[in-house]
Design a protein around this ligand. Sequence first.
Ligand code: NAD
Length: 296
Amino acid sequence: MAKVGFIGVGNMGGPMARNLVNAGHQVKVHDLSAEAVNFLTQAGAEDAGSIQGAAGGVDVLVTMLPTGVEARTVFLDNEAIGAADQDTILIDASTIDVATAREVHAAAAAAGRRMLDAPVSGGTVGAEAGTLTFMCGGDKAVFEEAKAVLGGMGKNLVYCGGPGMGQAAKICNNMIAGITVQAVAESFTLGETLGLDRDTLFNVLSTSTADSWCLRNLCPVPGPAPATPSNRDYQPGFAAALMLKDLRLSQAAAQLAGVATPLGAAATATYAMHIANGGGHLDTSSIIKIIQGDKD
Ligand code: NAD
């Protein structure tokens, strides 16, 4: 079993770190939120007290931070890289831009540390169940060595290529997710306006060609799928502001690569309007509010 430092134990990092504790790893955690740290110490983790405290003396350091800004703060400004032991594997599981991921990889390499970018898919449901998909970029041998710890949090561990390639795979995935969540919200709004019962519509869609992970796990109306965030006033889950961040990452990458992504652009615009209306803290499925003109 490994010694693991974990920085960022929020909606995703919290259950991921807890699964590592349950798998028998020795885990110490750090977060700006004392509440988030308490949640983990009650589950059997140690309070590392600081970024440096979490990074030092461990076999693996996992970070699960909101954006590239925080990843930069933790790895570069607050020197998690410098605080880590020479043979510690650094794993950034946050979803961030490819350029920052590569910059952090380069800083780690310059300091002689091994690193993976390893964003995840599967949502808080997958984080709780330990069934996440990890998309990993970096050295293949480091990926193979990290599997022992990644396997405590996820079921599908995919090597995607060199530094930043995990992030590239992740924004491709989330561009589809953002588009799909909006499509599902449009369908429920149209169906109910036409007079369809929402349970009936859900039963049809979930057994037809329109079925999707987003429909079943992020059904935008309360009732048909009781475990989804719409049943708890859209408490995340996956915040709409984070979805907008990922859609914008996809659009920035598409522009640089010269690739046309018209549906991705449309979903980005819809999420931007929803966030401007104050919906950023709500689950991504709350996008239905902007489709409905906030009637629900
Ligand atoms: P979150 O906001 O719930 O958790 C992030 C945590 O990082 C918070 O607890 C925050 O206090 C902590 N943090 C921020 N800056 C810090 C710092 N400088 N030092 C220490 N701790 C710091 O976010 P989340 O939903 O857990 O998402 C985390 C990442 O995972 C994001 O990049 C997101 O895009 C990605 N992701 C989220 C989901 C999801 O369903 N929520 C799914 C897949 C990927």
